[in-house]
Design a protein around this ligand. Structure first.
Ligand code: ADE
Ligand code: ZN
Length: 340
């Protein structure tokens, strides 16, 4: 049973809870209003007449439905200023949600294949991250490979990233999961690890538990993004729990992409009960109806999460973050101080 006096009291507790966001695609934070503004600024045609029409198009049956619109939306991002403005807008919202540290995904292949230079993308994003750091919000940048493309394209992208390695903390794997198992990217992930990069992969979002095993055993990832379908395999659950593997769970994304029929069916509470190091994240907040606090609020209400569960989720976010020990300890102390 929830130990809050009211839903408003729970939401107020969530609002002030220090937290890290570990699963956020920066291109997925492109709000329809900014899509229109950038389309106008860059003279790019978009197939929508109004913001309302864009939002009406955001009715998805599965991951691919969403990805088709997501890649289309990216077309308005052309200049370094665009990438800066996109990132700055997300960071302002995150800070407002009590996010103290954020680990941001970006999809360079979604831009380089449109003729936008890798340098343009990373320079714009980094300029916004630097400004936020000066205001106390720390960050890490994770380069994601698009898994519907081949490994040679991922290798070429890693080559393009080499001059910017000091700005990149890890690599990830996203886009269409079904039919694109982690092992397809075994070599490029091995090279990234040898370069000293952290490794993460979307696995078990739509794909089977075998993909989560592969992410662990073949790619040797440091975190699993989503991981929902791991719950179908008790041996996998035991492995994830024993190793303390962080899962970056995204409740409103799972709902929007029909991974769950409704939020009361969401596996987050079961994950915590099984001893899994689950966290709450927004994935693509402009498309799925909310930033990180909205995800916390919605799933807390649907699953009747109590104060201890919310604190656990916040602690898991800092434990799973790619932070140094001193920084991690300081964040965990801030959580304890907030709880009192
Ligand atoms: N790219 C952006 N959001 C994604 C998601 N939820 N799954 C896979 N690829 C993505
Ligand atoms: Zn994602």
């Amino acid at each position: 049973m929830s130990d809050f006096a009211s839903p408003d009291a729970r939401n107020a507790f969530i609002a002030g809870l220090p937290k890290a966001e570990l699963h956020l695609h920066i291109e997925g934070s492109l709000e329809p209003e900014m899509m229109f503004a950038l389309a106008q600024r860059n003279q790019v045609a978009i197939p929508f007449a109004s913001v309302a029409e864009v939002r009406a198009a955001y009715a998805f049956s599965n991951l691919q439905d969403f990805l088709d619109i997501y890649y289309q939306g990216m077309a308005v991002l052309l200049t370094e200023q665009d990438f800066h403005d996109l990132t700055a807008a997300y960071l302002a919202r995150a800070a407002n949600d009590g996010v103290r540290h954020v680990e941001i995904f970006f999809d360079p292949q979604g831009h380089t294949e449109r003729g936008v230079a890798f340098a343009t993308v990373i320079t714009g994003i980094t300029r916004a991250l630097d400004a936020a750091r000066a205001r106390g919000l720390t960050s890490r940048l994770i380069l994601c490979f698009l898994r519907h493309l081949d490994e040679a394209s991922a290798e070429a992208t890693l080559d393009e990233a080499l001059p910017f390695l000091s700005l990149i903390h890890g690599v990830g794997l996203d886009s269409s999961e079904a039919g694109h198992p982690p092992a397809k990217f075994a070599r490029v992930f091995a090279r990234a690890r040898a370069l000293g990069l952290k490794l993460v992969a979307h696995a078990g979002e739509e794909g089977p538990p075998e993909y989560v095993w592969e992410a662990l055993d073949v790619l040797e990832v440091d975190r699993i993004d989503h991981g929902n379908r791991a719950l179908e395999d008790p041996a996998l659950v035991a492995r994830l729990a024993a190793s303390g593997m962080c899962l970056t769970v995204c409740p409103l994304s799972n709902l929007a992409l029909c991974g769950v029929p409704d939020l009361p069916s969401h596996p987050l509470r079961r994950m915590l009960d099984l001893g899994l190091a689950a966290t709450v994240n927004s994935d693509d907040p402009a498309y799925f109806g909310g930033y990180v606090n909205r995800n916390f609020e919605a799933v807390a209400e649907a699953l009747d999460l109590d104060r201890a569960a919310l604190v656990k989720l916040a602690e898991n976010s800092f434990r799973g973050a790619f932070l140094g020990d001193a920084e991690r300890d300081a964040h965990l102390k801030a959580v304890r101080a907030y709880v009192g």
